[in-house]
Design a protein around this ligand. Structure first.
Ligand code: SER
Length: 269
């Protein structure tokens, strides 16, 4: 499958499941001084999550152009060192604005990866938020992964750094659950230690954020989490990463989305 076909398959799958297909917004945020560049699919829906804007749909799907070269989500320092970072990328995402929540988000993700793309479930790992002093552990997400078919030993708990997503210092945020994929050749090396570990052995492919709070800054510099008007969903899957998985290559740079550009530059050089 080409990268373009995977993008289309994602949009079609969620459209079939009642999501409005929304175009990528431009890379420069239209109306958000907290961001230099668009860093996630949810940016263009920020005010919808916050309840400040109403749309005529409660479910959306997009393939959003993103740049992560500064600010809270900065991939720049990883470029050239890993097989999966490249500052500009496309993020495939499905969104619920107060419509469905964890159960459906997890069921859709499993169905798309396992039944639509045919990924080997033996290579999949799942992470859930293990809680901190403000938000409790996400046992519900753990149970829901087991319900759809994940093996309990493949579900790992992580802290705020990996499993609590926020757009920037302020804005919509919430606990998240990530799906990781073992890229190695040796089944004996498909180990828990590679999930959020060193190198590209096991790679995060999709992040499901359970948007529940707005993070605001107080006059004294501290931050407060206030519940959103309704629990919502914001997911993001790296198009180049899932394409590498589907094309059986170990680096995003070897997918049909990027390799022709590298070849072209090499030819000129
Ligand atoms: N906003 C989340 C992320 O960027 C999920 O799309 O990871």
């Amino acid at each position: 499958m080409t990268g373009s076909e995977i993008r289309q398959k994602f949009l079609d799958y969620f459209e079939k499941n009642g999501h409005k297909v929304v175009h990528s917004s431009p890379l420069l945020p239209a109306n958000d001084p907290t961001l230099l560049f668009i860093n996630a699919g949810m940016n263009q829906f920020k005010d919808v999550f916050l309840g400040n804007e109403k749309r005529d749909y409660a479910r959306a799907v997009s393939s959003q152009k993103c740049i992560r070269a500064g600010g809270k989500h900065n991939d720049l320092d990883e470029v050239g060192k890993t097989a999966r970072h490249h500052t500009f990328f496309e993020m495939l995402g499905n969104f619920s604005f107060g419509d469905y929540f964890k159960k459906e988000a997890i069921a859709y993700a499993w169905d798309f990866l396992v039944n639509e793309l045919g990924l080997d479930t033996e290579r999949l790992w799942f992470t859930v938020f293990e809680g901190d002093d403000v938000v409790g552990p996400d046992d519900e997400a753990r149970e829901l992964w087991i319900e759809v078919g994940a093996k309990p030993e493949r579900i790992l708990g992580f802290g705020k750094k990996d499993n609590f997503w926020q757009m920037g210092d302020t804005g919509p945020c919430g606990p998240c659950s990530e799906i990781h994929y073992y890229m190695g050749d040796d089944p004996a090396n498909n180990l828990a230690k590679w999930v959020n570990g060193e190198g590209d052995t096991t790679v995060e492919i999709w992040n499901l954020v359970f948007m529940q709070y707005n993070r605001t800054q107080n006059d004294d510099g501290t931050f407060t989490l206030t519940p959103l008007p309704a629990p919502s969903v914001d997911t993001g899957m790296g198009l180049e990463r899932i394409t590498a998985v589907m094309q059986g290559v170990k680096s995003n740079y070897n997918t049909d989305l990027i390799k022709p550009l590298v070849d072209f530059a090499a030819k000129l050089a």
